[in-house]
Design a protein around this ligand. Structure first.
Ligand code: DGL
Length: 280
């Protein structure tokens, strides 16, 4: 038996939005144990400088390694766009971001080669989705749009509100002039708005949930490296663990809404402790 296969998968995000990726991995790989880190004290990453996002990401990966993870999933689109190369250059365990899987799915689902991307300001300005898409198909036509108000609206829990519909209509109006076949939901929070986004862009647009696509690639990587946990009768206590850097107001409500049930095995990591995991 490969001993490392028993170890958990580490998943991190700037806050709780990455729970959308946790859910996708739990659905596809129910026997895997997950360690989640949500940087709730320092969210949002979407408006921070690149160097700050890289520094925070390094601390979190180092923390996850201290918990013996067998691979790391960067659930945050912003951290994937900005910090992934830096992380991969420092550690040699598999580190997967959400951008490459999302780009692959969009290319596969866009035979007429017109793809849209929405994300935070940092993700869109980084050009990471464009680079990943064009590396897969240089003939693609791509339209990107930053949608910074959507994260706070999801956190407020207004998924069917008139305000949300107005904001979406304004942000997504460009996709009326430039119709796309696929639209990448390039932010952890956007899958929670799938229905509202679909109504605005029309039923014939494929919405690409980067989190779901990432879960499929996690499965491929684990299988390829023989790191998949094989369930056994004496498996015992293989609970998921959730770590956060703060318990903000209305934390329980938001966390339960994102996970679809209360978060169990939840621990707070003080910022000073997290900062002690600084690297480089
Ligand atoms: N998790 C971030 C992302 O996917 C959204 C929230 C933030 O700005 O930190 O880009």
């Amino acid at each position: 038996m490969n001993q490392a296969a028993e170890n958990p998968i580490g998943i991190f995000d700037s806050g709780l939005g990455g729970i959308s990726v946790v859910r996708a991995v739990m659905d596809l790989l129910p026997h895997e144990r997950l360690i989640y880190f949500g940087d709730t004290a320092r969210v949002p990453y979407g408006s921070k400088s690149n160097e700050t996002v890289r520094r925070f990401s390094r601390q979190i990966v180092n923390f996850l390694l201290d918990h013996d993870v067998k691979m790391v999933v960067v659930a945050c689109n912003t951290a994937s766009a900005i910090a992934l190369d830096d992380l991969r250059g420092r550690w040699d365990l598999p580190i997967l971001g959400v951008i490459e899987p999302g780009a692959t799915a969009a290319v596969n689902k866009s035979p007429s080669q017109r793809v849209g991307v929405i994300g935070t300001t940092s993700t869109i300005h980084s050009g990471a989705y464009e680079r990943a898409l064009l590396a897969r198909n240089p003939d693609l036509q791509i339209q990107s749009k930053e949608c910074p108000l959507l994260v706070p609206l999801v956190e407020e829990g207004w998924p069917e509100d008139d305000v949300l519909n107005g904001v979406l209509t304004r942000y997504l109006s460009g996709f009326k002039q430039f119709p796309v076949e696929s639209l990448i939901l390039g932010c952890t929070h956007y899958p929670y708005l799938k229905d509202a986004i679909q109504r605005v862009v029309g039923a014939d647009v494929n919405l690409i949930d980067s989190g779901e696509e990432t879960a499929r690639v996690v499965q491929e990587i684990l299988a390829g490296k023989k790191l998949m946990h094989v369930p056994e009768t004496h498996d015992g206590d293989r609970k998921h663990h959730f770590y956060v850097s703060d318990f903000p107001q209305r934390f329980q409500e938001t966390a339960a809404r994102f996970l679809g049930r209360p978060l169990e095995n939840l621990f707070r990591v003080e910022l000073e402790v997290l900062e002690s995991y600084s690297v480089g």
